[in-house]
Ligand binder design. Structure first.
Ligand SMILES: [Zn+2]
Length: 294
């Protein structure tokens, strides 16, 4: 029976969490594992070898995930969440005239570090051109728009992102789309609710498969978490340092000040208050420290 290491099977480093989970499952099923001694500059020790059939079965409903990846806190946490569960992970990033374009630069840095493939889709001439939002114009992101929603809301954004990602997932035979939308601490954006995601998937399936459903699922790991719990999830998935140091959430698009919760364009004082995105993140961080005794 062919046995191989997780590294060889995945074609990437598995990370401790995934390594532990696979080992636990192998122990539970009493799968005969093997060992191989490795001695190189980076690592000296033994690696576990698993039967290929066992690994195929382990990843059978988690073969490939497409992560909608902006380079922000939420999608960075989702990216690691995916890497800890899926055999293969790809990222799809959207450029849509957002003021905080620096998030795309950060997204590239994070993915380069992990060796994850990224496709960048340019929506400047569609969403960026058509939508009215303070996030894509010179408007103040702290105001309310004509629908009573935050002015940073981009109408249609998540729907357009997910429709694009869905089409790409079909082409690349992915079984999951992953998005970091959240309806708990959400900024009042209706397209971040699970109800919207479910209806959208049904509609997208209907447009391709008629009355049949696709095998595609849309995973929303952060949907019911508070921002504090999202920080905890980042810790559990092994990416808290990357979230703090590398991800970018600030609407004002600069990385001027390093706070405990991450980088921001603002000082966070009464003269230079946080934008709504930084404020949400700052509050979540304080809550995280309190809730988990950090
Ligand atoms: Zn900010």
């Amino acid at each position: 029976m062919e046995k191989l290491s997780l590294y060889d099977y995945l074609g990437r480093a598995a990370g401790q969490k995934l390594g532990n989970n696979v080992k636990q499952q192998a122990d539970k099923e009493q799968v005969p594992v093997g060992w191989r001694k490795i001695e190189n500059k980076k690592y000296v020790g033994n690696v576990l070898l698993y039967p290929k059939e066992f690994l195929d079965k382990y990843f059978q409903s988690h073969t490939k995930a497409i992560v909608v990846f902006s380079g922000g806190q939420d999608s960075t946490t989702c990216l690691y969440w995916a890497l800890n569960r899926y055999k293969e992970v790809e990222a799809i990033t959207f450029q849509y005239g957002q003021k905080h374009i620096v998030e795309i630069e950060q997204s590239k840095k994070i993915l380069n570090k992990l060796g994850v493939k990224q496709v960048i889709v340019n929506l400047d001439q569609s969403l960026g051109f058509l939508a009215e939002s303070a996030l894509t114009s010179n408007g103040d992101v702290s105001q309310t728009n004509k629908y009573g929603l935050p002015s940073s809301f981009v109408p249609g954004r998540n729907g357009i992102f997910l429709y694009n990602a869905y089409v790409y997932a079909l082409k690349t035979n992915a079984d999951s789309l992953i998005t970091g939308v959240c309806q708990t601490d959400y900024s009042g954006y209706p397209d971040c609710r699970r109800d919207f995601i479910d209806r959208l998937l049904e509609t997208m399936d209907n447009g391709v498969f008629g009355d049949k459903k696709s095998n595609l699922k849309i995973e929303t790991p952060l949907m019911y978490l508070t921002k504090s719990e999202t920080f905890k999830l980042a810790e559990d998935e092994g990416c808290l340092p990357e979230v703090i140091e590398m991800s970018h959430t600030c609407y004002n698009g600069e990385r001027k000040y390093k706070h405990e919760f991450g980088w921001s364009s603002e000082k966070g004082t009464s003269e230079d208050p946080f934008c709504p995105a930084c404020q949400l993140r700052a509050n979540g961080w304080e809550e995280y420290k309190k809730q988990y005794n950090k």
